[in-house]
Every structure is written in C-alpha cells, then in structure tokens.
Write a protein that binds this ligand. Sequence first.
Ligand SMILES: [Zn+2]
Ligand SMILES: [Zn+2]
Length: 452
Amino acid sequence: MKGKRLSRRRVLRAGATALGGGALALGSGTAGEAAPAQAPAIGTGTQTGRTFRGLVRHDATLDVQEMRLLAIDPRQVVIRSLAVAPCYTIVRGALGTNAIRRAEVPNHCGFGVVEAVGAMVKRVQVGDKVVVAGTSQCGQCYQCLHGRPDYCQFTFFSNAPGVEPFPPFAQFRDGTPVYAQAGIGGMSEIMTAFEEYCVPVFTDLPAAQLTLLGDQLASGFAAGHAEMVFQPGSDVVVFGAGPVGLGAVQAARVMGAGQVIVVDPIKYRRDFAMKMGATVTLDANAEGDGIVERIRELCRGPNDRRFAGGVSWGRAANAVISRGADFVVEAAGLQALPPKVETQPDPTNVKTVQQAWDCTRAGGHVMLMGFTLQPVSFPGASLALFGRTIHPGQQGGLHVMRDIPRYVKLIEKGKIDAQSLITKRYTLDQSRQAVQDTADRTIITGVIEFAS
Ligand SMILES: [Zn+2]
Ligand SMILES: [Zn+2]
C-alpha cells in the first residue's frame, strides 16, 4: 500500500483490512478447476512481447510511454483498447509530482476488443467487445452468491497488506515493470484484465459511449434502480452533477421520479443537469447551510395537511424529519484538486454527506457514493429512530454482468443519453490533458479514443 493516493479501491481495501484482514491470496489460477481443454491463445506467441503505448505515472511524471506486454495469467484477457474515460478519483494520484518508483497506467475501467485469452478464461472469446468494469462479478464468491456482486470478493478482499495484488502487465524497454492501476488501468493501447472484470457486449454503439458503462455513467444510473430503487412519482435529490450524479439524474428520469432536485456549485453543470432530467437545481454555495431546509420545503407537498407531507404530527424537535426527499444520492465526492470552475462549499465533502442524510425524509433512502476521507458523525438516536436506509454507493450497487448489458439496451433505445455526457475527445497523445481537464472540472466527461 503506498502513500495517500486516492482511489475507491484503495480506500475500501484499507477499510477491509481494518475490519479484520481476512485476506485471500489472489492466486494465478484457482485450485480445483479443470485443466483447459484447448491450447491458450497466448501460446501463439503473438501477444507476449508486443509493444504498445500508454499513459504511465512514473517518477515525477505522467507521460505516454512505450512498453512491452508480459505473459498473462491463465485467467486474464488481452484487450485492444478502443476508448476510455478517466475517472475523477484518479486525478490526484495521476497528476501528482512526487517521485514514485512503481510505474503504473492509471484508471480502473475501459473498453476494447479481446485479442487473446488465457487458458482458463471462459467468459469471453477473441473478437468480443468488452466493457472492463471497475468492479468484478466472479459469480463464485460469498458476496456474489448472496446477491451482492457489487462487493465481489475478487475486487475487494483479495490482497494482504503489503502484497501486490496484481502482477505487472508490461515493462519498459529497460525492464522496469509497469502495473495497471487496480489491476485494470485502461489508459493504454493494450490492457489486460482478469475475466471477472470483463463484460462482453454485443452492439454497434460507439466505443466512446460504451466505455462510460465501465464506471461513471453505469454507477450513477445504478444508484436509482440496482440496490436502491427510485419509485415513480417520488422526490429524488442528487448532490453532484458530474458524470456519476448525472447518471443518477438519468435514472430518476427513466424510473419516472416526480421532482428531481440537483445540487451542484458549478453553473454549467446545473444547466446541463436540466437537460438530463433535473426539474430544479440548487447552487450549493449560494444555499449554504440552508440547503436542507430548502430541500424540505421543495418536498413539503401541495398543502399543510398531514397526508400531503407538509407538516408533522406534533411539535417535537424531531418532527421535521417527516419532511424531505424520498431518495437522496450523494455523488459530489471530495474535491481532490482545486478546480478551474466554482469550488465546492466543503472540499472534504463531510458537510455534503451530512446534508444528504438530513434532507432524507424519515423512512426514505440515501445512497452515499462520494468519497469522504474524514470521519462523519450522525446523532446516534437519528440512526435508530429516523428510519432512513443508507445504501453504500460502491458503483451504485451495480451488478456488472446483469446491469451493463441492459444499459446497452437502454442507450440503444434512447432512454439513457450517453452521447451528451461526452464533452471532449482526446487522442492517446492528449491523454494527460484529459486527466487535467477532469481534475479542472471544465468538462463533464473526457474520452480518449485509441487509433485502431
Ligand atoms: Zn472510478
Ligand atoms: Zn464474486
């Protein structure tokens, strides 16, 4: 484990370790599985040793470098990248100027075509188009078998402290090993991934749209119907109109929500949210601490009669909790670097999490998606008495093998608008700028398209 680099997986790994350290070794090949019936594709020798280019964080730099592919694990897949969208969670680590010796291709999702498979791979074939998702779905672990592949153990509980969970996938000409962030990377012409992360899709949709289903858009959309399910006609609040929050806004639109209240400090993002399905937007900076009461007022119902939600029974201090939103998604997250647009009212995001909790009505549901690295406290009695359900926001509860194929259908039907989320396109040589623009928040989503 290194430094204070910001990534969802690193944060959750740290949490998992703290919870008991029940770590599994990430083996190369699973004991007890049958021997492969056919020769592995890598046996042809056409993949190992091939050279390709990618964005690499190494020493104090983030540059496009040439590297050479190493042999893959029997359960890994070699993918020729077509498009990738850098995630905001990687920007601080990727753009850092501290010297790090471990060379790494940033990001944790991607999209491309399978060019070779290891001997034990069953899920995908050479020629398949695959979304490489930020979360695996192995189908065999305790979490997958209990209906929570959004916490698939292959992703979250597979490394012991101090142990490199994924082998390097490439090396520089001088032999320096190159790793892929979270075992996935994505910002290189060739990526390798364990098959558990690969979701084959069968569609002619553009790669630039499909790559959004590996992480941001899919996570945000899942927030409204995977584990937490927006009800038709309900009041939905979304904090954060970035690529994740706008996915949740689209889920609210598709699921038939009533009001869709979007909170963001950035004006162009609030304006854009209105095009995606928001019914009202609020400026997080202008509203300040009054935002909770403002949302309660917006959700108070048509009149003061009790069945309308306008007033509480009695005058107890806690009576206010009967007002608020039915569903709240906190997708703002912390501010990793100062943006070139409006700044967040609380860069740590602690306040936003508390506001999301507070503006949820008693009996309502709140999903916490954004990172907060500081402790967040709630009155203990509120946890016991307010009847609010907290949903963890890890990829929005996405079940990648179940949900990504149906999101493809929703894009094809025009129900999900992926195209509009792409603000800017880049070549691989411009990929560092894509990370910088993501950090600056001057774009919603930047997509790097690889020359084919
Ligand atoms: Zn991400
Ligand atoms: Zn699993």
